[in-house]
Design a protein around this ligand. Structure first.
Ligand code: M6R
Length: 595
């Protein structure tokens, strides 16, 4: 969940460069930050760290050609300066993403055994214990034995003791260069001409290079200046890596003229829906064949991606007559007994790094299941685990709230349902016209209209959403969007479930979003209105029961895709009107790489 960035090269302002790169990774965690620099003059490693967001930080560092830094999303220990990374013990400085599950036992072992003197841990973090373990090993060596080769060995030894997923970066006083290792958390190496970068995501160094190496699980890299040496983290054997040129453009990862990434990404849906379905038929057929071969299929996903999967359950049922089970990844352990070599697990994940999903895939693979994955990051762990991977091509999504990735996932899954029933061309036709009408819809006037609706309901603390069919998962997704960025208590229901309990919550003036204009849903809206609700309809046609109406195009079976868009805009404006930062909501981070 944290952001990691490092540079080693000819640059003498490495600290400033790391600070700039970290600002681009802030979406990964933003409760505190820290930067370590190897000072040119003395070779010592100096650390600056603070609580708070890094975006507004302006500062300079000592001249240096090597630096690494971190933006934190707290796991072990509160949000304090001493818990912020980097952590330094003896000669070792480290930044870390992930969780060291068995750190407490190691912490106990280290206190009192650190070469005769106890390690005085200054933080509550698991990370500092890793630094302590490495430092303890280094203190056993004579000065002339402390080489990059020896440090790699120590890192291998210590990593062998760590239970859990991690990505770590290590700098050691007296040994030039930066070491990095991963198991389950992303790290990408950027290959500049005279410098080498390590980051948890490409935007950190994209302005300098688009040539990358992907570090795989259980690999270690040692970078120094323009060179990078890769080895296996378990065996120490050298590993050869392929240089990959990524197609991301710098502007895609920047806000441009938009005030926030969230609204930029909502507007990008003008293109992304059409881009998502731009797959060769043969890939879709391959994915469909995998489904045909299955005896039992499960969607596993979290959060918004899970709501997308729920919508896809309807698509597959309606279009292909296929029942696919949908389970939140964290709940899947209860159903794993049904997973075997005839099962297909369909993972839906924007980041491709979500820990709950990864764990189910790892365990499913051991039981012989096949994996079909839809992700937005082709190099992600989930993509690389899959037997068939369908990228959604949405481009970098930086706002914590998932918008363009969700609609791209839905479009691709809708098309896959058509591929499953041998009607790819018809599916494409429906989606192309959906994309075209969304393109027409998304304009400043439409946004203004929604902003006015947001103003009418901004004072309310509760908001309810109803939908039917594939719009039921969109009611749940609407609730996530509104909750996470505006902090308004929002809850979604299946329209038909209202009378079975939730209608008791309606009071005079309670805002209710009604997704759809089918007869039954409209009559549910009438029941809500009879109890005093303020009805905002989101639908192709205006109904007399609506107090406000947000028009969406009529998109046939793909209605879920169009219907969520005005709700995304509404959530955004509710947040902005409440003076909140929709890109970085409290307590959340973009990529949930810990369980
Ligand atoms: O990267 P993933 O799609 O696997 O992430 C899953 C959820 O964490 C994510 O969708 C989350 O719910 C979003 N913040 C919702 O907008």
């Amino acid at each position: 969940m944290c952001g990691i960035f490092a540079v080693s090269g000819e640059e003498t302002k490495a600290g400033e460069m790391v600070l700039r790169g970290l600002k681009k990774l802030e979406y990964r965690g933003y409760d505190s930050w820290g930067v370590a620099v190897r000072t040119e003059t003395s070779g010592s490693i100096d650390i600056a760290k603070e609580v708070g967001k890094i975006s507004s930080v302006k500062r300079t560092f000592s001249a240096s050609s090597e630096s690494m830094g971190h933006t934190r999303w707290a796991t072990h220990g509160g949000v304090t300066k001493s818990n912020a990374h980097p952590h330094k013990v003896g000669r070792v400085t480290i930044v870390h993403n992930g969780i060291f599950e068995n750190y407490e036992a190691w912490k106990k072992k280290l206190v009192g055994t650190h070469h005769g003197a106890s390690v005085k841990f200054k933080s509550e973090t698991d990370t500092e214990v890793i630094a302590g373990m490495m430092s303890e090993q280094i203190t056993r060596l004579r000065d002339n034995e402390i080489t990059s080769k020896k440090i790699s060995e120590i890192i291998r030894k210590v990593c062998a003791e760590i239970q859990g997923r991690f990505a770590i970066l290590v700098m050691v006083e007296g040994v030039p260069g930066i070491f990095a290792a991963r198991r389950g958390s992303p790290l990408i190496i950027g290959r500049g001409e005279k410098e080498t970068f390590i980051a948890s995501d490409i935007p950190a160094f994209l302005e300098r290079t688009n040539v990358v190496n992907y570090l795989d699980d259980d690999e270690l890299v040692y970078i120094s200046g323009g060179k990078a040496e890769f080895s296996n983290l378990r065996t120490g054997e050298r590993v050869k890596k392929r240089n990959v040129t990524v197609k991301w453009r710098v502007e895609e990862a920047e806000k441009g003229e938009f005030p926030h990434f969230m609204i930029k990404e909502i507007f990008e849906q003008k293109d992304t829906i059409a881009r998502a379905i731009n797959h060769e038929d043969k890939m879709l057929v391959k994915a469909a064949k995998l489904l045909h071969s299955a005896n039992g299929a499960y969607f596993v996903a979290c959060g918004t991606a899970h709501k997308v999967a729920m919508a896809a359950e309807y698509f597959f049922s309606e279009v292909a007559g296929r029942k696919i089970n949908v389970v939140p990844a964290s709940e899947m352990p209860s159903f794993e007994k049904f997973v075997n070599k005839k099962t297909v697990i369909i993972a839906v994940s924007q980041s491709g790094e979500t820990a709950d999903v990864l764990e189910i895939l790892e365990r499913g693979k051991k039981r012989g299941a096949k994996i079909l994955a839809l992700t937005n990051v082709e190099s992600s762990s989930i993509a690389r685990m899959a037997n068939v991977h369908l990228p959604i091509h949405a481009g970098p999504e930086k706002a914590v709230a998932s918008t363009k990735a969700a609609t791209a996932q839905m479009a691709l899954l809708f098309l896959l349902a058509f591929a499953d029933s041998n009607q790819i061309n018809f599916g494409r036709f429906v989606l192309r016209s959906t994309a075209a009408s969304i393109n027409d819809l998304l304009n400043p006037r439409y946004e203004d209209r929604i902003r006015r609706v947001a103003k009418r309901i901004i004072k309310h603390d509760n908001l309810f959403i109803i939908g039917r069919g594939s719009l039921y998962p969109m009611a749940l997704e609407s609730a996530i969007k509104i909750q996470e960025v505006s902090y308004i208590h929002a809850q979604g229901f299946a329209a038909g479930e209202l009378k079975h309990g939730p209608i008791a919550l309606i009071e005079k003036g309670t805002p209710c979003l009604v997704l759809g204009d089918d007869q039954e849903t409209v009559s549910n809206a009438t029941e809500l209105k009879a109890r005093g609700a303020f009805i905002i309809g989101v639908s192709p046609t205006k109904q007399s029961v609506f107090d406000e109406w947000l028009r969406v195009p009529d998109c046939n079976g793909a209605q879920a895709i169009a219907t969520i868009i005005p709700v995304q805009i509404l959530a955004y404006h509710l947040a902005v009107l409440r003076g909140l930062d929709p890109d970085m909501p409290r307590n959340l981070a973009k990529s949930v790489t810990v369980k």
